[in-house]
Every structure is written in C-alpha cells, then in structure tokens.
Design a protein around this ligand. Structure first.
Ligand SMILES: Nc1nc2c(ncn2[C@@H]2O[C@H](COP(=O)(O)OP(=O)(O)OP(=O)(O)O)[C@@H](O)[C@H]2O)c(=O)[nH]1
Ligand SMILES: [Mg+2]
Length: 293
C-alpha cells in the first residue's frame, strides 16, 4: 500500500480545483470561470487499490495587495510542508508562461514537482510543444504532463507519476473519507459558488460567507448564513430587486446541498455590510481565512 500527500499549486484559474474534483469524481472544491475562486486549502482524498493520495487543493498564487490575498497565498505555500509531491498546474492555453515560470522558480519544496500543462483541449499543438520546450529549459529535472481536467485526459499519467514517488505506508484516512472539511465548510463554499456564478467579478470577490448556525434536524439540515460585503451598493446588488437575487442564490445553494447530502435543507440567507473585512486580521480570523500573520 502507498499513501501520501500531494499539493496542487499554480496561478489562479489554471484548473486546480477542477482537476482535484475530476480525479476524485466528486465535487470537493468549488469551481468558477473567475480567478480567486478557492480561498482555503481543501483536501480531496483519492482512494484506489493499494493507493491513497490526499490532494491539497490550494488558492491560486498571485501577488495581490490585500491581507485576504496575502493569507490565501500563505495558505497555499503552507500546504507544501511535509508533502510527498507537488502538482504545479499551468494553463496550456495561456500566453503568459513567463509568470508561471517565475512563480514555479520561487517555490521551495523538498519533494518532486510535476508540471501539469492543463487545459490542453484549448491549446494548439505547436503552442504546447513550444511551452514544453521552454519549461524543460528552465526546469530540466521536472516532468511535464499534458492534461485536460475537463475531459480527464492525462489522468493515468498523473497518477502513475505520483505512484512512483509516494511512499509505502498505511492509509492516512479511513476509506470512506474524501475530504478534511465539514458540512459548514461545504455550505459556505456552495453559497460562494452561486455568488461567483450569478454576480459580476467585483461583488463575489469582495464578499465572504459565514455560517451562523448549522444543525442536523430529523430529515436534514437547518442552516443560517450571512453574506458579508464591503459596501452598501454591493448589499443592494446581492439582495436584488425585491429580494430576487438573494432568493435565487439561496434557492440554488439549497438545492445543490440537498443533492449533495441527499437530505432536506432549510437555508436562511442574510446580507450585511462588513466594511474592510478583507484588510482586517481580526475579521479574517473570524471568517476562517488563513491563521495568524
Ligand atoms: N477547457 C478547459 N477548461 C478548464 C480545464 N480545467 C479547468 N477549466 C476551467 O477553468 C476555470 C477555472 O477552473 P478552477 O478549477 O476554478 O481553477 P482554479 O485553478 O482552482 O482557480 P482558483 O481557485 O481561482 O485559483 C473553470 O471555468 C473551469 O471549468 C480544462 O482542462 N479545460
Ligand atoms: Mg480553485
């Protein structure tokens, strides 16, 4: 039996969460077309015959000014401690390879790094060849794997490469466990997923979700949650005309959670202004983002 931890790193929007979900055939992490979707490390535990891999999906690495973004970066870099391997994802369809290269060069880790050229379905062959040549020049020891998290292309290559470096050992988690996160986390992230889906860039990026109360009832869950935004104008947008938008978000999140848990869910969603939450270490602690500075 082999068992180990693998950190999944890369710039925002390269497909880290999509890849972890697809490898597990399960939605552990939220996905959206917008950058900075993932804000916390989240584990997706992959089980196969004689093999267990705990993938750590991380927030996209980038240099943003706010305390929230510094904490997201730190959370991603922290995931590297004690890992057996790193999957460093690059968007194969993106022209901006030099940014990925300098980011990868800045990663200090005592474990093998596999470069995964994701979104290969969107890239043209000559583009892929050129990118691979450039990567091999910069990182002669790293293996480059072509992949499409959307079509499951390259997955056997990823798993067999990891198997070579993951140590022999007992399972790290019981077989039925597929994540390290609890129901409150999934409720919070599901609400964020619909904020990201239904609203323009600025609003979901400046919004946080807190689960105020989650209890198990006879037939399901009773949840009370608050969406915090930075400004009154954003509050009005999230609520929508006559409450239409907040209703749409809470109904979609409720149906999604009911499907996930196969239980009835009662969800009450409020919207409040919490000015400066992305800059305040105390508020970030309260909202569960990223530990101490
Ligand atoms: N065409 C294509 N799209 C992909 C692929 N992988 C991911 N995507 C899309 O890319 C977008 C971003 O995917 P995510 O999985 O949220 O990316 P991420 O790296 O986790 O992003 P952050 O959490 O913001 O750092 C989504 O719209 C995905 O559907 C792929 O292999 N091919
Ligand atoms: Mg993500």
């Amino acid at each position: 039996m082999k068992a180990g931890f693998v950190s999944v790193l890369g710039r925002p929007n390269v497909g880290k969460s999509t890849l972890v979900n697809a490898l597990l055939s399960r939605r552990v992490s939220i996905v959206s077309p917008k950058a900075q979707t993932t804000r916390d490390d989240i584990m997706g535990i992959y089980n196969a015959k004689d093999l267990q891999i705990a993938f750590i999906d991380t927030p996209g690495l980038f240099s943003g000014g706010e305390t929230l973004y510094r904490r997201m970066n730190r959370s991603a870099r922290r995931s590297l401690s004690g890992v057996d391997a790193v999957l460093f994802l690059i968007d194969a369809s993106n022209r901006d390879l030099e940014n990925d290269i300098s980011l990868l060069a800045s990663i200090k880790v005592d474990a093998p790094i596999f470069i995964v050229l994701n979104k290969i379905d969107l890239a043209r062959a000559p583009e892929v060849i050129e990118k691979k040549e450039r990567l091999v020049k910069s990182f002669p020891d790293a293996k480059v794997i072509e992949c499409s998290a959307l079509t499951n292309f390259g997955f056997s290559d990823i798993v067999s490469s990891l198997v070579e470096v993951i140590p022999e050992g007992l399972p790290l988690f019981p077989e039925g466990q597929f994540t390290d996160r609890d129901e409150s986390f999934f409720a919070k992230e599901t609400i964020r997923e619909y904020l990201l889906r239904f609203l323009h860039e600025e609003v979901p990026h400046e919004a946080a979700v807190a689960i105020k109360h989650l209890t198990k009832t006879d037939d399901g869950y009773d949840i009370e949650a608050t969406v915090y935004v930075e400004k009154e104008s954003q509050k009005a947008i999230v609520i929508g005309r006559g409450g239409a938008m907040v209703k749409r978000i809470s109904m979609s999140a409720r149906q999604d959670l009911e499907k996930r848990w196969k239980k009835r869910v009662n969800l009450r969603l409020r919207v409040e202004v919490l000015k400066g939450w992305r800059e305040s270490p105390t508020l970030l602690d309260k909202l569960g983002y990223g530990g101490k500075d």
